[in-house]
Design a protein around this ligand. Sequence first.
Ligand SMILES: [Zn+2]
Length: 241
Amino acid sequence: MKQVHLIPALEDNYIFCLQNGAEAVIVDPGDARPVLRFLQEQALTLSGILITHHHHDHIDGVPDLLSEFPAPVWIPAADQGRFEFGGTPLQEGDVLSLAGFQFQIWELPGHTLDHIAYIENSQKWIFSGDVLFGFGCGCLFEGTYEQAFTSLQRFRQLPPETKIYCTHEYTMANLKFLASLATTPLEEQKTKDLTKQMQTLLEQNGSTVPLHLKEQLEANPFLKTTSVPNFQTLRIKRNNF
Ligand SMILES: [Zn+2]
C-alpha cells in the first residue's frame, strides 16, 4: 500500500516519508535524525530524496541521510548552485518516476524563486513545501506578489479532493488571523467552527496536515483573493499581524 507518514522535525516542520512496500521517498529532510530513526523502526530503504526549495529547514538533513543511504536527490533546477550535495535538477513539466510513484513537477515561485512542488496525480497528493499553509500561505522571501499569487492560483487546477502536504504546522496561528478578518457574525461563527474542528484534529492526530484542498478553497483567504493587489494587501496585513 502506498502511504504518506509525517515525521515531525525541528520546531514545527514536517518531513514526509512516502512509503511503497519496503521503499521510502523522503521529502524535505531538514534533520536526518528523526528520518533515520523512522526508516530503521519501519525497516524501510531510502529510494530517493525530493527537495522543494533551498531553505535550511528543508535540506540540512540531506548529507547525513546520504552517508547512511547513497540515494539519489532531486532539486529545483532554478537553484542548483546552492545545493552542496548536488542532485538532479527538476523543472516545470518534468515527470519523475520513483519507487512506484510518479511526480509531476510544478514551479511555484514566491516564497523563494526556486520553489517547486511534487504532484502525485494518481494518489491526489501535492507536496508543496512552503507555498501554501493551513488557511495561510508562505512568506515572500524572494518572489514578487504576482509570482506568489499566480503560484497559489494554480492549486485551483487540482481536483478538490487533493491532499496538500505542506511543511509547517501553522494552521492555528493562521486561523487567528482569519478570525481578525471576519466582518459579519456569520463569518465569525464560521471561523469559530473551523477553529474548533482544527483543534480537535490537532488533539486527535497531532497534526492538521494533510490539508484538504476543498476546505482550503472555501476558507483560505489567500486562495480566495482574486487579484494581485488584493493578495498583496492581505499578505502585508498578515505580516503585521
Ligand atoms: Zn522555506
